[in-house]
Design a protein around this ligand. Sequence first.
Ligand code: SAJ
Length: 419
Amino acid sequence: DSVSIIGLGYIGLPTAAVFASFKKKVIGVDISQTTVDTINRGEIHIIEPDLDMVVQAAVSQGYLRATTQPEAADAFLIAVPTPFKGDHEPDLSYIKSASKAIAPVLKRGDLVILESTSPVGATEQMSAWMAEARPDLTFPQSHGEASDIRVAHCPERVLPGHVLRELVQNDRVIGGMTPACSQAAATLYRTFVEGECVITDARTAEMCKLTENSFRDVNIAFANELSMICDKQNVNVWELIRLANRHPRVSILQPGPGVGGHCIAVDPWFIVSQSPEQARLIRSAREVNDSKPEWVMQKAKIAVADFLQRYPDKTARDVTIACLGLAFKPDIDDLRESPALSITRSIAASHPGTVLAVEPNITALPAKLADTLQLTDVNDALLRAQIVILLVDHKTFKAIPASRLSEHLVVDTRGIWQG
Ligand code: SAJ
């Protein structure tokens, strides 16, 4: 049987590669010709450990092939982005175009799975779009178990940086539009999933994915709120959390400079936009996490003011600030939607002196930043800066001995030195 993956990004490409490594014939579809060409050369356009090797093997052994034009297959997995637009409304336009693009090649007995994180009801909507384009086929919303096409939602839940392992090991929530749709999807995933494939309906599966990321967002917001309260109360939040977590039923997450990545900072809004009256806590959590970068910037400004008070003969122009870490979380090189990056960018835009950025996991700054920022290594940054803003708890930074920071004014947003 063949599987077609629509959308060869952070989820689609690893999924395609894993299916291919289990000797499924995989047709990868992406609207970007460059992406398609890169993959067909056996190379990758995204950052994920070990993915290059798996893609290279899949392509060279002939199990994975990419194209911009959908082709007939037995199963289709849609893994396209679902960003938000306007006032945090989910934008389903990519799902719409993907379902319209595959509709012409669908045939009786095919299975279509939506993997993209989606608001409740999106799977039914996707099925309706396909039905509109193919009046000659029947779909579950009108024909139930007897339909020609099976449709399910199976949200991805893999952690960036550990995608290949989590794809195989995590349990999968499988929400078919009918029980037979769920069974068909579960059979497909069992090709490589070692975790359990747990069956539910499409709406519950949609809500489940949003719930998982909202749960994490709310818990991180709790930690971030605590860090701001403790700062005011002159209590060390890192010690506080360690102590509170000694309670057998307390498990507080770690504060940071804000929440990055494309999932946790986005998905809770889907719940809020569908249930604005009820989702009060979820909305507040988003607001708390989104306000944290601004709070860190204020801390940086206070550090500059403190420095100038200590050295009245200096001006802000003489102060060099080192921002340690740009990635959205530790030990990865992914700068997308990173609070560390936005904080560094804002500091660079407002501070009249030099701003140094240290990101050991990249070799060059993104072009738009190269004008306002200098990328350097930790040693150079510590030698030149008077103020150090720690933004990401990369291993390299954790290894810096306290003695090297005794001369600096430090804002440690991750508690790696003051914890
Ligand atoms: N963060 C904190 N404090 C913490 C934990 C995380 O500030 O204690 C921050 C991180 O620094 C980062 C952000 O939160 O900026 C998100 O990082 P993460 O590691 O929590 O999550 P992601 O965005 O890399 O991946 C999440 C995962 N979801 C959950 O853990 C519930 C992953 O399993 C999902 O597949 C992924 O979102 C997704 O694609 O939805």
